[in-house]
Design a protein around this ligand. Structure first.
Ligand SMILES: C[S@@+](CC[C@H](N)C(=O)[O-])C[C@H]1O[C@@H](n2cnc3c(N)ncnc32)[C@H](O)[C@@H]1O
Length: 212
């Protein structure tokens, strides 16, 4: 059974992330991609963070929700950000604490909708990198919470999107850049889209937005 079947199968959400991390060492081949000189998507997110750092003129507190093995948050840590990362899978967080000892105290097991931890951290920027398809029914409630935050908070969003005739899951929410931006309905500071070079005919859509 491929790792994808633990998540979405025949257009239906399964969501067995912890079981998947118990069985598969490197789902999405992220470790492999990272060892081969870096992940282009992470570089774009890192650039957004650099811009925000310049704007704030101080160290940035970043919170990545759904970090998996935190390659992205580790990159941000190495670039002098105060990072926090969460994932719903106990297995991936436990393994990550061993694999990334320098940031082990900043890794948390937490569900996307548990805002208690986020309210404690009070991040400057929240990062959703390739998690949105898995939390679609909760995004509107998350955005409501995000928009009501007293502190000015940024959102960096990065997501793989495939052409409407290929994408099986989530099309009723959005299916391209325009419908995605309309769905999120935020103040956008930057929108970037990059064609996948090695992952079929999809593209990665990034945006940087803020809550007020
Ligand atoms: C494709 S990986 C993305 C990893 C990382 N953010 C990146 O961009 O490389 C998606 C991650 O989201 C996590 N996830 C899925 N549903 C979640 C939820 N409800 N709360 C927190 N994390 C969740 C999964 O366990 C998985 O590690």
């Amino acid at each position: 059974m491929p790792y994808q079947d633990y998540i979405i199968k025949e257009g239906k959400f399964i969501g067995k992330f912890d079981e998947m991390y118990k069985k598969f060492k490197d789902p999405w081949n992220l470790a492999k991609l990272n060892s081969k000189g870096g992940n282009f998507d992470y570089q774009i997110i890192n650039l957004y963070c650099n811009q925000l750092k310049q704007l704030k003129k101080q160290k940035l507190k970043t919170l990545e929700i759904g970090s998996g093995y935190p390659f992205l948050s580790d990159l941000l840590y190495k670039n002098n950000n105060n990072i926090f990362a969460t994932d719903i899978s106990e297995t991936v967080i436990k393994k990550s604490k061993k694999k990334f000892p320098k940031i082990k105290k900043k890794l948390y097991i937490n569900d996307f909708m548990n805002f208690k931890l986020y309210n404690k951290i009070k991040p400057d920027v929240i990062i959703l990198s390739d998690i949105t398809w898995y939390v679609l029914p909760h995004i509107k409630k998350f955005l409501k919470w995000f928009k009501k935050l007293n502190k000015k908070t940024y959102l960096i969003h990065s997501l793989s999107i495939y052409p409407k005739n290929k994408q099986k899951y989530g099309k009723e929410y959005f299916y391209d850049t325009k419908s995605m931006l309309k769905f999120f309905n935020l103040e956008y500071l930057n929108i970037t889209s990059v064609k996948h070079s090695m992952r079929g005919d999809g593209k990665q859509i990034f945006f940087l937005a803020h809550n007020r």
